[in-house]
Write a protein that binds this ligand. Structure first.
Ligand code: MRU
Length: 360
């Protein structure tokens, strides 16, 4: 496939037009073979896009849900305010049922609901327009957060480092340049020579399909490996750090991320390699004291037995397919947020950095 200039790559998701417009997004299920955008005109389409991972990654899911709210309420713009509020509640509850683990989804929906609650005087049509503005703010803030996380994390990488990452915490997972990948982009922009080892990330291959693609688009040297090779790569001294994203971080710093992250963090500890998490403050859930209560999504068995249309297990094989795992705070050297570095990762330091702005 030909390399595309990064400026030619459309935004992961963007709102088109005014309140009568639509949410346009890259259909990530088609990458890397096809770069196609789809338009969502209804909240049902946004729900399906989130559930089917057409849009994925914690921050991007949050932004998509915020725009999804506008799609869900706009048909109530000509009714009474009570009817509008009921439509908003129904829409937010519906979107919240799309995926359970990434807290950014719930954070964005709460923010949209609270925003509407803060404008009791607005008419339904005024409020529809105001909610679109609020969704755009969430989108813009996410972009700024990515850039800030990149700057913060890049400080901890040295010229010549090779870094391992898992899943995709890049521009495709956010409205901006990503979280973990933003760190690599910022380090490279600062003149550091950085090389990335990319876990393919079974079973849906977000690493192979999306991270490897993004890094190649941006001319960052990237080497794809199977998940099972991470330990050997570390043993050989090929990587000096691990950086991943997160879907939900509890108050003590326990961090949920794509299944396999916990294994990578355990391997990093065994080899004395620092394991870093890069995430915006919207990914923290301070209502949860630790990671044991983080809901872990379980997905269809076919993702493992019939990945990408080819049967790779016997008929009726029993399958366990959790989409995420939780890495203990003790395994995490530091968390990079848009506000700075949390290190060591303790409840006190998390609360000090994240304060009351996170889901609580
Ligand atoms: O199932 P996915 O592809 O939505 O999982 C995504 C991840 O686990 C990412 O690492 C995480 O959301 C962070 S994205 C900045």
């Amino acid at each position: 496939m030909a390399t595309t200039n990064p400026t030619d790559i459309p935004r992961t998701l963007s709102w088109q037009g005014e309140t009568t417009g639509c949410l346009r997004m890259i259909d990530q299920t088609l990458l890397p073979m096809e770069l196609r955008e789809i338009d969502c005109d209804s909240v049902e389409q946004v729900w399906e896009a989130i559930r089917a991972l057409r849009v994925r990654g914690a921050p991007a899911i949050g932004v998509a849900a915020a725009y999804g709210v506008v799609l869900g309420v706009r048909s109530a713009a000509s009714g009474s305010r009570d009817e509008f509020d009921a439509a908003l509640d129904k829409t937010a509850t519906y979107l919240a049922s799309s995926r359970p683990t990434a807290v950014n989804l719930f954070w964005a929906l709460d923010r949209m609901r609270q925003f509407a609650g803060g404008h009791p005087e607005a008419s339904p049509s005024e409020l529809t327009a105001l909610l679109l503005d609020e969704a755009r703010r969430i989108d813009d803030e996410d972009r700024a957060m990515c850039a800030a996380i990149g700057r913060v994390g890049a400080e901890l990488l040295s010229d010549g480092d090779a870094v391992l990452t898992h899943c995709n915490a890049g521009g495709l997972a956010t409205a901006g340049d990503g979280t973990a990948l933003s760190v690599f982009f910022a380090a490279a922009a600062a003149g550091k020579k950085i090389e990335v080892y990319v876990d393919e990330t079974r079973p849906l291959l977000q690493g192979a399909r999306l991270t490897q693609w993004e890094l190649m688009q941006r001319n960052i040297p990237a080497t794809l490996i199977c998940d099972s090779m991470a330990g050997w790569v570390m043993k050989q001294g090929r990587v000096q750090a691990v950086v991943t994203g997160a879907d939900r971080i509890a108050a003590n710093g326990d961090a949920a991320n794509k299944i396999g992250t916990y294994s990578v963090a355990t391997l990093a500890k065994a080899h004395g390699i620092p394991f870093y998490v890069a995430a915006p403050t919207s990914t923290f859930d301070l209502a949860l004291p630790d990671g044991s209560q983080i809901p872990i999504e379980e997905r269809a068995a076919e993702e493992i037995t019939h990945g990408f249309g080819r049967q790779t297990a016997p008929d009726n094989a029993q399958v366990f397919n959790p989409a995420f795992d939780v890495t203990d705070a003790a395994l995490i050297q530091a968390i990079f947020t848009e506000r700075g570095v949390i290190r060591p990762v303790t409840t006190e330091n998390v609360r000090k950095m994240v304060g009351s702005s996170a889901a609580d």
